[in-house]
Design a protein around this ligand. Structure first.
Ligand code: PHE
Length: 344
């Protein structure tokens, strides 16, 4: 009897300690199994009560039952504790903080070259010009011949291009938007006031030249059109695009399809005219070529050169975007680096 009661006392201590030490439900079930489950030590003692001497049965049975009860309730409260702890941990993990600011989709925007292109187009629309288009893969006839570049003329070298292998060998990636002048005049009779935006290609690559770039062509044909109209229009275009007080310079130049021809420069906005890498130390940046339509071009489209005169111009969109935003390398437009593009 004394051994049995000290055994029960020891099982009580050990059982309570194991329950207290349990970190999770499986530790706890383990303790139950060892001490008071069906095959546990305390249950073993209860099963053996029947074999004890009569006078001991009652005391041992009562004691073992009490200990089993104690262990059961210790088990229940530890189980509740463990479950509560797990619930708190889980809720901390899954907590939804409804006061956090929302995470919306990051909206994209148009490429700076496209933005500049549409701004140029809307300036000319306001000045009474309509918009025309033409193919990127162009016939030699429209890109060169009808613009008065004879087949072996050295002026073709100014616009060295990519020839497309084709049946007749007469297709090129257009080197400028000027072919749209011819296509338009074939389609309509004067008066003509159009612009033609588009992508153009040349084998040319440095910080101010890209093998693929964009132009906006302009053409006006009517009675009594003079160079003064051209200068007035371009001066107004610059005022509307860059704001007032940006000096513009007309320089004599040569194009086979205009006579006289000019190149128009705007004061370099990178250096303010003092000279830098971008303007090649000249203080000026060429933004367009222009001139009075050569009468021989009218010959190709059946316009009467005695009755009509006209002017044409072709501007580089990237150049204008560079000037507006102070960008010093044209290649940045085509690197597709989001750190660059997201600034516009
Ligand atoms: N097409 C010429 C070029 O790309 C520019 C130009 C257009 C010049 C119209 C005169 C008239 O260089």
């Amino acid at each position: 009897m004394p051994e049995t009661s000290s055994l029960i006392a020891r099982l009580r201590e050990e059982g309570l300690a194991a329950i207290a030490a349990a970190r999770n439900e499986s530790d706890l079930l383990d303790a139950k199994g060892r001490f008071f489950g069906k095959k546990g030590a305390v249950s073993g003692i209860l099963k053996g009560v029947a074999g004890l001497p009569v006078e001991e049965r009652k005391a041992v049975g009562e004691r073992a039952n009490r200990v089993r009860g104690e262990l059961e309730s210790a088990f229940d409260s530890r189980l509740a504790e463990i479950r509560e702890k797990e619930r708190v941990a889980r809720e901390g993990r899954d907590r939804l903080d409804v006061t956090l600011p929302g995470r919306g989709p990051i909206p994209g925007h148009r490429h700076p070259v496209s933005q500049t292109m549409s701004d140029i187009i809307s300036v000319f629309r306001r000045l009474g010009f309509s918009v025309q288009g033409g193919p990127d893969v162009e016939k030699d006839y429209y890109n060169f011949e009808a613009l008065n570049f004879p087949p072996e003329h050295p002026a073709r070298d100014m616009q060295d291009t990519f020839y497309v292998e084709s049946a007749g060998g007469d297709l090129v990636l257009r080197t400028h938007t000027s072919p749209i002048q011819i296509r338009t005049m074939e389609r309509m009779k004067p008066p003509v006031r159009i612009i033609a935006p588009g992508t153009v290609y040349r084998s040319d690559s440095d910080i101010t030249h890209s093998p693929m770039f964009h132009q906006v062509e302009g053409l006006a044909v009517d009675r009594n059109i003079t160079m003064a109209d051209l200068k007035g229009l371009l001066t107004e275009f610059c005022r509307m695009t860059f704001g007032p007080g940006k000096p513009l310079r007309f320089r004599p130049s040569y194009f086979p399809f205009t006579e006289p021809s000019a190149e128009v420069d705007i004061q370099c906005v990178i250096c303010g005219g003092s000279g830098c890498r971008v303007c090649k130390e000249s203080g000026w940046l060429e933004i367009l070529g222009a001139g009075m339509v050569d009468p021989s071009v009218f010959g190709f489209v059946g316009y009467d050169a005695e009755e009509y005169t006209g002017f044409a111009f072709g501007m580089g969109v990237e150049r204008i975007a560079m000037l507006r935003h102070g960008i010093s390398d044209i290649r940045l437009f085509f690197d597709n680096d989001i750190r660059f593009l997201s600034q516009f």
